[in-house]
Ligand binder design. Sequence first.
Ligand SMILES: Nc1nc2c(c(=O)[nH]1)N[C@H]1C(S)=C(S)[C@@H](COP(=O)(O)O)O[C@H]1N2
Ligand SMILES: [Mo]
Length: 259
Amino acid sequence: MTRKKVKQPLTIQQKINRRTFISFGVFGALATGAALGYKWLYNAPTEGKTITGGARVPLRRALNKTELAMRRLFYSEKHLVKTYPKSMAAKIVRQNSDVGLESGIDLPTWKLEICKSNGQQLLISIDAIKALPKTEIVFDFKCVEGWDQIQYWGGLRFVDFVKHFNLDREAKLQYVGMETPDKKYFVGLDMDSAMHPQTILAYEMNGKPIPVNHGAPLRLIIPVKYGVKNLKRIGSITFASSRPRDYWAEKGYDYYLGL
Ligand SMILES: Nc1nc2c(c(=O)[nH]1)N[C@H]1C(S)=C(S)[C@@H](COP(=O)(O)O)O[C@H]1N2
Ligand SMILES: [Mo]
């Protein structure tokens, strides 16, 4: 008679040992993976010069992917920022930082400078901008410093501006850069946000010409972004396929700064 070798069921102790062994194995593999991954990330080169040292390149790539995905989601839903009745707008508008506004401005001679992709430069007067259809918006303006206020602004939608001044070729690029006339304050914007239907080149605040400390004669009002991107006293606008310089991004803030 042949004795069949019966596989004995494992005892409780054996089961415990086995599980402990497996869990330690899995834990070990995960830990090693994480350590190697961290080492890889830690040794990866950084990108950009910021006070935080800039994100490691792989991390920056992941962040850029997330940003793109978020943007698609954001705009595919035709996301509009919440608006309010004019009666809710602040009568005394909060005034914040003034980089690039220290020098005086001669309003009658001011002209908006546009750098076209063919190297041509356009000089546009405030009257030419005011002659185009005006768009008004009452929205909650948000500063990263932690305050917000319902404000009422009026001006020319950036999309309308692009159409009117034949900047469609420029608008196919990925970024817009804006600077004050003295070039001391500057922002970079992704094209989708610049072309958002609520983004305006504003020349009115509470139905009157913008006061100097709020950015006369023309400022950016971009409700899909935090206050920092709402550049006061625009001097020039450029279009680019790479990120234009950005005052606060250079100091370590997130470049996108979307809401
Ligand atoms: N030229 C210029 N524009 C600027 C700034 C600045 O310092 N200089 N500060 C930004 C910040 S941080 C905010 S919150 C808003 C404030 O605009 P306000 O002064 O009209 O409230 O302007 C933005 N635009
Ligand atoms: Mo701000």
